[in-house]
Design a protein around this ligand. Structure first.
Ligand code: AGP
Length: 608
């Protein structure tokens, strides 16, 4: 997603902006630019390509002197990656500069209106419309101008705005796209996300929808879009600063995979009290839990895959009906939500546009929404009725690993809590589940230490064209995530299939040597999955099996076996996903891909 950084204070702005943008690279982008007031005019430098090009162009910011500026890394939505389409964008007189994250949905109507008034456009972007609209309304009062424009645009935005004849202030505004502001003794900051300014301040304010911020060198003022001044509470960020550093690992993704044991402990420990599971943030009595008639889990990408596992675990342990939806489908399909339903939205970033929209859809119909979220204070966390944080810490790699694992833990705990309240789990089984949960971190540690064997196996497939993942039940959900991990970072085509479904068409794609990863962690389904493995082998496939220790039978059908330690079948995803994460990672590394920042992808998809 696009990244925004702004600064006004006593220090040189350009180096601060470049440093901040470099800490937002994980969001994915294809061009970068900066606008700095040099004492007389606003200077803009921008270019397609990596941030390094802008750093070289501006000699690390030295060629852009000034103490007030805004910067941007662009993830293209309207118009290809190019110098002209890069932000910031100017008005014709070059007296107003703007950077934007989001989509102005009525930009074509606005562009037509402005063109009719003589405005000329130099880019294909929706954002340039804002620069000219600000120009159109500007009569010397920047706040009034900003609010007038905001009343006329539809869609989503996080904005940084500068006015050449008011160089003692910069403006920020937000609707749906995340934005924070912060301050320290040297000035005030705008940023799309905490890592960009954590080096300068831990005191931040989350800008809410329809809010405008005026930042000066030594203070900030908050307003509504109707220019009413408002007070906001600061949030102190307690992240460990080097959490956003690689700490000696080659990639953030590998570091974050290795953080999974801690992530799981951090998500588990606060919610396991003695022999019981306590989820205070649910804020629901056992009676209220018993009144829930159905759960709707809504999410995107890997969070959706976690939700798929959640369906099997919640239905299995709590015997409650669960429907799982992709957020981008749920929000537009006029879903049937019946009395007694509760909606669970899952999101690492807490800013995914489709998931946020799904939350709002459910709430608009009067249904309770529980958020399972990683980023504290994010939009979804703040708009959900209750939020279970996944305590995975900042996740920088675009391909999620530790946050996904923590989402699974949250869902297991929820299933146990619900199952116990509904009298579906015996004390004996509950105790056994707790024991198995507590063992997961050490078992994951063991699997991670097996990485060299997986790296060697992965190196055989860096030239692969198609790789299939199959499984039944929870193993199908695991396959979905294993397939996504591989394709999103190695760019190798991959599909995950319910193992029983393959013969209804896709099996025609299996050729001599095609790799099929068969996930088989559910003892009741071992035999069925073996028969599917035999089917694909008969057509030339090379079968990798991921299964539980003790399942020796599978060796008759598999060409290569990765064993995971024994655990309750409901928790098997937490273990089986580890070798699949490592497999995807090492294939991508073997191909020389940009593992942490895969092409075309963003860490948080804050646009539709
Ligand atoms: C996962 O590896 C992907 N980066 C992507 O599918 C991600 O899970 C999805 O975009 C949802 O993001 P969220 O959890 O922040 O809502």
């Amino acid at each position: 997603m696009c990244g925004i950084v702004g600064y006004i204070g006593t220090k040189q702005a350009a180096p601060i902006i470049l440093d901040g943008l470099s800490r937002l690279e994980y969001r994915g982008y294809d061009s970068a630019g900066m606008a700095v007031f040099d004492g007389k005019k606003i200077d803009i430098q921008k270019s397609a390509g990596r941030l390094k090009i802008l750093e070289n162009l501006t000699r690390g910011g030295e060629s852009m002197p000034g103490v007030c500026g805004i910067g941007h890394t662009r993830w293209a939505t309207h118009g290809a990656p190019s110098d002209a389409n890069a932000h910031p964008h100017f008005n014709k007189a070059e007296t107003i500069a703007v950077v934007h994250n989001g989509i102005i949905e009525n930009y074509l109507q606005l562009r037509k209106k402005l063109t009719g008034k003589g405005y000329q456009f130099v880019s294909e972007t929706d954002t340039e419309v804002l620069a000219h609209l600000l120009d159109y309304y500007y009569r010397g009062n920047p706040l009034e101008t900003v609010t007038k424009v905001l009343h006329r645009v539809e869609g989503s935005y996080a904005l940084g705005i500068m006015f050449a004849d008011c160089p003692d202030q910069i403006f920020a505004a937000r609707k749906d796209s995340p934005l924070i502001v912060g301050e320290n003794e040297d000035g005030c900051f705008i940023a799309s996300d905490v890592p960009a300014i954590l080096k300068y301040t831990r005191k931040v304010y989350y800008v809410d929808n329809h809010e405008v911020v005026r930042l000066r060198a030594d203070h900030m003022h908050f307003y509504t879009v109707d220019e009413e001044e408002i007070e906001k509470e600061a949030v102190t960020i307690d992240w460990d600063a080097n959490a956003a550093e690689k700490a000696g690992y080659e990639h953030f993704m590998l570091k974050e995979m290795y953080e999974q044991p801690k992530t799981i402990s951090d998500t588990l420990t606060p919610r396991v009290k003695g022999k019981d599971v306590v989820i205070e943030e649910l804020n629901m009595t056992d009676d209220e839990l018993r009144e829930i008639k159905k759960l709707h889990i809504v999410a995107c990408g890997s969070a959706y895959h976690a939700g798929m596992t959640g369906k099997y675990v919640l239905e299995g342990l709590a015997r409650i009906p669960v429907e799982v939806d992709l957020a981008s489908e749920f929000r537009y399909r006029d879903p049937i939500l019946e009395e007694g339903a509760m909606v669970i939205v899952i999101s690492q970033s807490g800013e995914t546009a489709d998931t946020l929209a799904a939350l709002r859809e459910a709430k608009s119909r009067g249904f309770r929404v529980l958020g399972i979220v990683n980023v504290v204070g994010s939009s979804i966390a703040r708009e959900a009725d209750n939020v279970m944080y996944t305590w995975a810490g900042p996740e920088i790699a675009v391909a999620t690993t530790k946050a996904y694992s923590a989402q699974l833990i949250a869902l297991y705990l929820l299933a146990m809590k619900l199952g116990k309240a509904r009298g579906k789990i015996s004390d004996k089984l509950f105790a056994s589940l707790l024991t198995d949960l507590r063992r997961l971190p050490d078992q994951i540690e063991l699997l991670l230490n097996n990485k060299l064997r997986i790296q060697k196996f992965a190196n055989r497939y860096i030239g692969a064209k198609d790789i299939f993942f199959i499984g039944r039940g929870i193993d199908y959900a695991i396959s979905l995530e294993g397939s996504l991990k591989l394709k999103e970072i190695s760019y190798i085509h991959s599909e995950a299939y319910a193992a029983g479904e393959l013969k209804h068409g896709t099996i025609s794609l299996i050729e001599e040597g095609t790799l099929v990863a068969a996930v088989s962690t559910q003892p009741d389904l071992y035999a069925k999955t073996i028969s599917n493995m035999v089917e694909v082998k008969a057509r030339g496939a090379f079968v990798l099996a991921v299964t539980c220790e003790g399942n020796k039978e599978i060796e008759k059908a598999a060409d290569y076996v990765i064993y995971i330690p024994e655990t309750n079948p409901y928790f098997a995803n937490s273990l089986a996903i580890i070798p699949l994460q490592l497999f995807g990672y090492y294939v991508a590394v073997g191909k020389g891909c940009d593992v942490d920042k895969p092409r075309n992808l963003a860490k948080s998809v804050t646009v539709e």
